[in-house]
Design a protein around this ligand. Structure first.
Ligand code: XMP
Length: 520
């Protein structure tokens, strides 16, 4: 899995929490290398990595169950600091002689901690007597501390919300420091990594790149990899990284499904062929996609058709180059639904919520997904590290199914062309006003609704264009972006004047949840 050289590191033990990857992210933000291992393989990972610290994460089980997942007993004898979070705290308490009670009444969501004593996790951050917001999600709680531990902070539902053993440098926290709803959580984790474990905090994205390159080489061996480029940042970063790892064993296939934004195909081709000299097959599959989408109006049916057709095109191209053993994709962590299997469960299960949208259940290639543990902003950092032009790296996300999911109702070439023109005007104005980087994603949608208008002295009866712009940190939740007063009016005027087929423009004021970012 790892290169010969493992830097000073932290081992993160996965007990199945949905947010284990966020722990890794916080550790990376503290400038420290980490690896995640499922609890079943944690002993092996520990022996190989020789980490300077261990973080044991949360999980869905109760430590009071007969067959509850356990941490390897040798962890407690290794002389290495341990931070247990939620289930991790409870399992440590129980294994070391404390007591955990299975609760009917837990704490879920925002909670407040009363800081009672100093603790190295709180260094420079929290003082005794203060109260701080944290995020809890637990039913069970530690009711008797293991010998050597003392409680240093409490919450209403967890009297031992933070406890530590100063001798062995073991820490248990009932709350989740890894989530953003614990505002100081990242700094608590940084305190553990740097102050408690003594790590320097000088690990960088450059080292991540090296680690991934070694992993890709180990996974792929002398096999051939085909990488589907969608036009977006993620697949481009994945392709450049993989090319660095295995050179011309990689062939990129850029499928122009006719559902791209204006100028997108040209940009991708010139970046890959001109800038990187990466072998690129440019497949013009517009006809294949659009004819298959004729008459399809159901959003899931569109996604499934597009996913399936992508794979058919990939497989056909793979055959032409003499076969490929692997399909590379720029799947990010928020695209990944499973948590335990992510770090070593059985082979990857392909879900319909996928990088190119609705891949079929079975295909003949294994997946290579080097960005699987990263979040969008980290992928952008990695892209910059790999030398991708900033204008490309900082582009707004674009979904694999492309404009098809921005045209509710039937997708036709004519409607794609209308939407492309409106979208280009909208983005041009956003850029011209210097707003592009403040927005997570902005795009136009073309509604299957016609309204009456008047232009010149004539009546029009044309389509409605919706404009969407949101702010977000990871695409999981989003807020509406509030444009300055005149901006939208100006964009609406330009679109109606310049795009034949649209005579009305509306702005979408829905946050996520309850809406989603895309309309389908
Ligand atoms: P939603 O619409 O689910 O979108 O709020 C969240 C983020 O994911 C993008 N998105 C996709 N990206 N393939 C992708 O590569 C897809 O099938 C897909 N669906 C949505 C969307 O653009 C937004 O950034």
């Amino acid at each position: 899995m790892t290169p010969e050289h493992t830097p000073d590191s932290i081992l993160i033990v996965d007990f199945g929490s949905q947010v284990t990857q966020l722990i890794a992210r916080r550790v990376r933000e503290a400038g420290v290398y980490s690896e995640i291992a499922p609890y079943t393989k944690a002993a092996e990972a520990f022996a190989r990595m020789k980490p300077k610290g261990i973080i044991m994460g949360g999980g869905p089980r109760s430590v009071t169950d007969d067959d509850a997942p356990q941490a390897p007993a040798e962890f407690y004898e290794a002389g290495v600091p341990i931070l247990g979070i939620c289930y991790g705290q409870q399992v440590m308490a129980q294994q070391l002689g404390g007591e955990v009670q299975h609760g009917d009444m837990g704490e879920f969501g925002r909670a407040f901690l009363d800081i009672d004593q100093d603790c190295p996790l709180f260094d420079g951050l929290w003082q005794p007597g203060e109260r701080h917001q944290v995020w809890m999600s637990h039913g069970d709680k530690v009711t008797r501390l293991a010998p050597g531990f003392r409680a240093v902070a409490s919450s209403e539902g967890a009297p031992q919300a933070v406890a530590f053993d100063p001798e062995r440098r073991f820490f248990g926290v009932q709350f989740h420091p890894e989530v953003v709803h614990t505002p100081d959580g990242g700094r608590l984790i940084a305190n553990f990594a740097r102050h408690v474990c003594g790590l320097a905090g000088d690990w960088t994205m450059a080292e991540f790149r090296e680690t991934k390159i070694a992993e890709i080489r180990a996974q792929v061996g002398s096999g051939r990899v085909i990488c589907g480029l969608s036009g977006g940042v993620d697949s481009a970063v994945a392709a450049v990284l993989i090319h660095e790892a295995i050179g011309d064993q990689l062939t990129c296939v850029f499928v122009d499904h006719g559902l791209l934004r204006s100028g997108e195909a040209e940009q991708v081709v010139s970046l890959f062929r001109g800038h990187y000299n990466i072998p690129l097959v440019h497949v013009d599959a517009e006809e294949q996609f659009l004819s298959g989408l004729a008459g399809v109006t159901d959003p899931e049916a569109k996604r499934k058709f597009i996913g399936k057709t992508f794979i058919e095109v990939f497989e056909a191209e793979a055959k032409k180059i003499g076969g490929a053993d692997f399909l590379a994709q720029g799947t990010l962590y928020p695209d990944v639904i499973e948590s335990v299997s992510h770090t070593g469960g059985p082979s990857v299960t392909i879900k319909s919520h996928h990088n190119v949208g609705g891949l079929p259940e079975r295909m003949n290639m294994q997946l290579v997904e080097p960005l699987r543990e990263l979040f969008k902003d980290e992928v952008r950092d990695l892209g910059r590290e790999l030398g991708l032009p900033d204008a490309f790296v900082s582009r707004h996300p674009f979904p694999g199914p492309g404009l098809a999911i921005r045209i509710p109702g039937e997708v036709t070439k004519e409607r794609c062309d209308i939407l492309r023109r409106a979208d280009a005007i909208y983005l041009e104005e956003i850029r011209r006003h210097g707003l592009y980087d403040a927005i997570w994603q902005a795009f136009a949608v073309l509604l299957p609704v016609k309204t009456v208008g008047v232009m010149g002295d004539g009546r029009t009866y044309d389509s409605v264009c919706g404009l969407r712009a949101v702010t977000s940190t990871d695409g999981m939740t989003a807020d509406v972006y509030h444009f300055p007063g005149e901006f939208l009016a100006n964009v609406a005027t330009r679109i109606v004047n310049e795009v034949r087929g649209i005579n009305r423009v509306v702005y979408d004021y829905t946050s996520k949840p309850p809406g989603t970012i895309e309309w389908e």
